[in-house]
Structures are given as structure tokens and as C-alpha cells.
Ligand binder design. Structure first.
Ligand SMILES: NC(=O)c1ccc[n+]([C@@H]2O[C@H](COP(=O)([O-])OP(=O)(O)OC[C@H]3O[C@@H](n4cnc5c(N)ncnc54)[C@H](O)[C@@H]3O)[C@@H](O)[C@H]2O)c1
Length: 326
């Protein structure tokens, strides 16, 4: 079975491509390299450089390579940037999904796994765990662009037979346990990446955005999932669709929340570096707490996470950072 991975030169896409190859799939990566890296593409994957909004090219690639399923990562994902440039997000992310859906339908590809996000929930569910039934009320255009994309894919099942699994990732972090891959993102805003860079002396300090949230220590709480556990979930999602299941949405997290302060402390422990931390005002578009109820995905895929350990997540991220900085 051949899988097309859009955005496969990016952080999560490249780790996922590796898991598909290990599971015996053939992989074709389609990426415009705006935030992705050629070096991240696994040696035995095929690569086509292109933009998902180029429907003609995408359709030709699916047809030429006879791909039977698509895993769609390609997107922009910086929340503050989405607030400043909403149309770029609707165009790249939402129009990108329209183009992808049309290319799949034209080629009779009926299986799509889509990268969605906990940002679709906004802050309507700050108490307790978030289930897939929780209210969706995104706080920023990034979250809205993803929620619209989910709806577009869901609407395509009835008339076109296009079945999709939307995986709503919580906070993705960490690097491959064997040290072969990690997060290369430039100007990253992800806390564990930023703190690892500070520990390596690449940044002067780490900012805490908001210390007055209604959480135990006043800082935002998130559910951090190791990138390789998340990558495994994509292989399981394709298998789920191969078995004939219809469209579904699944939360991807562990069900444990950690505050910004707890994460920073953990990166200081694994690195042994007491980097500078600054307290700043809340950032527009951030929720106080996002923690997944992941029971649905555990049951449907018979999945147990293998790397649910904040220390391991921070350690692999820091070690990757240190090694890639020489
Ligand atoms: N990193 C997280 O914590 C997180 C959380 C929730 C959801 N997500 C989602 O996961 C997906 C992957 O995120 P990531 O962290 O790996 O980001 P990334 O920036 O490393 O990867 C995105 C990839 O998509 C490519 N791309 C972007 N727009 C494209 C287009 N129009 N055509 C072709 N290629 C395009 C980029 O070049 C890049 O390789 C995104 O859809 C994102 O919304 C990420």
C-alpha cells in the first residue's frame, strides 16, 4: 500500500513517514518546503516538491504514484501569525483541504487522515478533560481553519465516499528515541523546543505568557504527547480506515496536563542549565487549559502510549537540540 504524506518534510510528518516505512508502506512525500526540511525526509521515501493548493499537480502525483491513502499534515500553524494574517491561514489550510479532497475524489482515493488540533476547542472546556463531544469554539483563525477543514472532509463522505480520520493533536513535543530525527522548526513558538533552545544558549530567555490563569500555578496547562506516539497513531488511523470504518474524530493526548512552569522546570532538570525565564502578559488566542480525554482513540485503535513521560519528552527534545547545534 502506498501512502501520500503532505507536509512530510515537517516535524510531525517526517516522524510519521518513518513509522509508515517501518510498518511496510511505501511513502510519497508532497511538501512545498516553506517550513519543512529536505534533510528530514527519510531516505527511502519518494519526494515531490509542490503546494497542496496546486490541485492539478497534487492529482497528477496521486495518479502517477497510484497512492491509495493520504495523510495530510501540510498547514501553517502559528497562532499569533494566524491572528495577524487570517486569510493566509484560510487559504493555506482550508483551501488546501478543498484542493486535497478534490484530488482524492478525482482519483478514487477514499482514505484520508487529517492533522487537526486541540485549538478547535478554544477555552470553552477549561475544567476537566476535553472529549470529542466538547464544544468547539476556536479562539483564533488557525483553530477555525482546522475546524472548517474537518467539516469539509466530513461532508465529503456521503456524496463522494471519502472517509476521513481527523486527529486532534494536543501539544506535540520530543524527538525520535534513536536520535535520528527531531524538531527543526525555525523561530519555533512551541514551549519545549523554545526551552531546549534556551538551554543550548540559542535564546537568551524563555517567556511565560500569562501567570494569572485560573490554574494551580497561574500558567497555562497543556497535554504534551511524544511525537513518536503521535506518529504511531497515524499508522493505526490508516489501518482503521482500511478495515472499512467511516469518518471519525479522535483526540490525541495522554490525559495529563502540565503547566508552563512545570515544563520549564523539567527542561532545566534534563539539561542541567538554569536559563533565564521572563514573565509576560497573556497572549491573545491562548486557552488556560487543554487536556485530552483520550479514551476514544485508546479503545478504537486498541492503543496504549509508549512514551507518556514528560521527562522523556523533554530529554529527547533537549538532546536533539544539543546535537543539532553541534
Ligand atoms: N506541532 C504541534 O504541536 C501541532 C499541534 C496540533 C496540530 N498540529 C498540526 O500538525 C501538522 C504538522 O505540524 P508540524 O508541527 O509538523 O509543522 P511543520 O511546519 O514542521 O510541518 C508542516 C509541513 O507542511 C508543509 N506545508 C505547509 N503548507 C503547505 C502547502 N500549502 N503545500 C505543501 N506543503 C505545505 C511545510 O513545508 C512543512 O513541511 C499541521 O497541520 C499542524 O496544524 C501540530
Amino acid at each position: 500500500m502506498k501512502v501520500l504524506i503532505t507536509g512530510g518534510a515537517g516535524y510531525i510528518g517526517s516522524h510519521t513517514a518513518q513509522k509508515f516505512l517501518q510498518a511496510g508502506y511505501e511513502v510519497v512525500i508532497f511538501d512545498n518546503l516553506t517550513t519543512g526540511f529536505r534533510q528530514a525526509i527519510p531516505a527511502n521515501a519518494q519526494f515531490v516538491q509542490g503546494d497542496v493548493r496546486d490541485q492539478e499537480l497534487l492529482s497528477k502525483v496521486i495518479s502517477d504514484h497510484k497512492t491509495e491513502a493520504v495523510v495530510h499534515f501540510a498547514a501553517k500553524l502559528i497562532v499569533p501569525e494566524s491572528i495577524a494574517k487570517p486569510l493566509d491561514y484560510y487559504e493555506n489550510n482550508t483551501s488546501g483541504v478543498m484542493s486535497l479532497a478534490r484530488a482524492c475524489i478525482a482519483n478514487k482515493v477514499d482514505k484520508v487522515v487529517f492533522s487537526s488540533t486541540a485549538a478547535v476547542y478554544g477555552d470553552a472546556n477549561v475544567e476537566g478533560l476535553i472529549t470529542e463531544e466538547s464544544i468547539t469554539r476556536p479562539l483564533n483563525p488557525y483553530g477555525t481553519s482546522k475546524l472548517m477543514s474537518e467539516q469539509i472532509l466530513r461532508d465529503c463522505q456521503g456524496p463522494h465516499g471519502l472517509r476521513s480520520v481527523c486527529l486532534r493533536y494536543f501539544n506535540v513535543a520530543g524527538a525520535a528515541l534513536d536520535g535520528s530525527n527531531g524538531q527543526r522548526t525555525k523561530n519555533a513558538t512551541h514551549l519545549i523546543k523554545v526551552a531546549s533552545e534556551a538551554a543550548c544558549g540559542v535564546r537568551e530567555s524563555v517567556g511565560i505568557f500569562g501567570t494569572d490563569y485560573p490554574t494551580a500555578d497561574g500558567t497555562g496547562v497543556r497535554d504534551y504527547i511524544h511525537v513518536e506516539d503521535l506518529a504511531d497513531l497515524h499508522v493505526l488511523a490508516i489501518r482503521y480506515l482500511e478495515k472499512g470504518h467511516g469518518s471519525e474524530i479522535f483526540n490525541c493526548g495522554y490525559g495529563h496536563g502540565f503547566s508552563v512552569r512545570q515544563v520549564i522546570d523539567q527542561v532545566k532538570i534534563v539539561s542541567g542549565v538554569d536559563f533565564k525565564v521572563t514573565e509576560q502578559k497573556r497572549r491573545e488566542g491562548d486557552a488556560a487549559q487543554l487536556v485530552a480525554d483520550s479514551s476514544k482513540v485508546r479503545k478504537a485503535f486498541d492503543w496504549e502510549p509508549k512514551r507518556a513521560d514528560l521527562n522523556l519528552i523533554c530529554r529527547t527534545a533537549y538532546e536533539w537540540e544539543k546535537r543539532s547545534r553541534g
